[in-house]
Design a protein around this ligand. Structure first.
Ligand SMILES: Nc1ncnc2c1ncn2[C@@H]1O[C@H](COP(=O)(O)OP(=O)(O)O)[C@@H](O)[C@H]1O
Ligand SMILES: O=c1ccn([C@H]2C[C@H](O)[C@@H](COP(=O)(O)O)O2)c(=O)[nH]1
Length: 283
């Protein structure tokens, strides 16, 4: 089963310089207004590119270069994101960026992921601060190929994992507020380009079984209700759209299927996934 959600996206095309921008380069350019937020409200601000002032419909950029495409694969823990990326990595002209879990497990000898699972009230903020940095690095890495497929995004780190820590009382409000101000600054001053979100939707129970099967040391203590909370936040963000901005069209794929059926679904929707301009035709 596959559904497409229409988007509330206001448009933020990548400027000609954007692929070259790295976090430090951007900090040096603080004076240059890159994005302007359109209306703060209950939901997150939306962004519009000042330099080109155009919607993201055309394939050709103002400087004549071809527009590149960024697809984010979102979903619960062990929903099959890495497996999906592995499958599409065999396609020519696609670059795949997996979540930097290895980095989170070894920051100058410190396993932030492990620390967070052992004591999320103490280490949740530490992990999420680092996740936000590494995700920003992923988004701003120069694109070498026309299509980039990446595992999760800076958005899900904030809207799912930070939000969950805060709502469950594991992240004190001052920590949440500071991380939110950092996030808002990034969204205002950097170009975070997303053309399509592929949401792997499945029951928390299946995720639980797959977490057990994968047997990642740090995750052995994950209870089912944690996966339920993470699932509910994905639904709130990408399906119900009650709180946070959804920055691109969302393709919902039923990921409860076995591997063979997942491949069948990926093949059926290959064109929609790899050419987000086609997504309207899939609606
Ligand atoms: N459709 C599927 N059916 C059964 N097992 C799966 C399926 N997709 C992935 N897996 C297995 O589930 C575990 C988690 O998958 P993975 O792709 O690493 O998830 P994620 O990257 O979302 O955490 C792995 O052991 C993987 O081999
Ligand atoms: O912002 C984040 C992102 C991920 N995590 C945790 C959740 C998992 O234990 C690992 C990696 O996720 P996968 O779904 O297996 O790729 O990292 C987090 O705590 N915060």
């Amino acid at each position: 089963m596959l559904r497409v959600q229409s988007s509330g996206w206001q448009g933020c095309p990548v400027g000609p310089f954007c692929d070259e921008m790295r976090p430090l380069a951007a900090l040096r350019n603080l004076g240059r207004p890159l994005l302007v937020a359109l209306g703060y409200g209950r939901a997150e601000p939306r962004y519009f590119h000042l330099q080109c002032g155009q919607r993201r419909s055309g394939k050709i950029m103002q400087n004549g270069s071809r527009k590149k495409t960024v697809i984010c694969i979102e979903g619960n823990i062990a929903s099959g994101k890495t497996t999906c990326l592995e499958y599409f990595s065999k396609t020519p002209n696609i670059e795949v960026i997996t979540e930097p879990v290895t980095q989170w497990r070894n920051v100058q000898g410190h396993n932030l992921l492990g620390l967070m699972y052992q004591d999320s009230s103490r280490w949740g903020i530490t992990l999420q601060t680092y996740v936000q940095l590494t995700m920003l690095d992923m988004h701003t890495r120069p694109m070498m190929l026309p299509v980039r497929m990446m595992e999760r995004s800076i958005l899900s780190a904030k809207y799912i994992f930070v939000e969950n820590l805060y709502r469950s009382g594991k992240m004190p409000e001052p920590d949440y507020v500071v991380l939110t101000e950092w996030f808002d600054w990034i969204m205002k001053n950097m170009t975070i380009s997303v053309d399509l979100i592929v949401y792997l939707q499945l029951s928390p129970k299946t995720c639980y079984e797959r977490v057990k099967m994968r047997c990642r040391e740090e995750e052995k203590i994950i209870p089912l209700d944690y996966l339920e909370a993470i699932h509910n936040l994905h639904e709130e963000w990408l399906i119900k759209r009650t709180r946070f901005t959804v920055p691109a069209p969302v393709l919902v794929i039923n990921a409860d299927d076995d591997l063979q059926n997942m491949i069948r679904q990926y093949e059926e929707h290959r064109d929609c996934i790899l050419t987000p301009d086609n997504i309207q035709r899939c609606l």
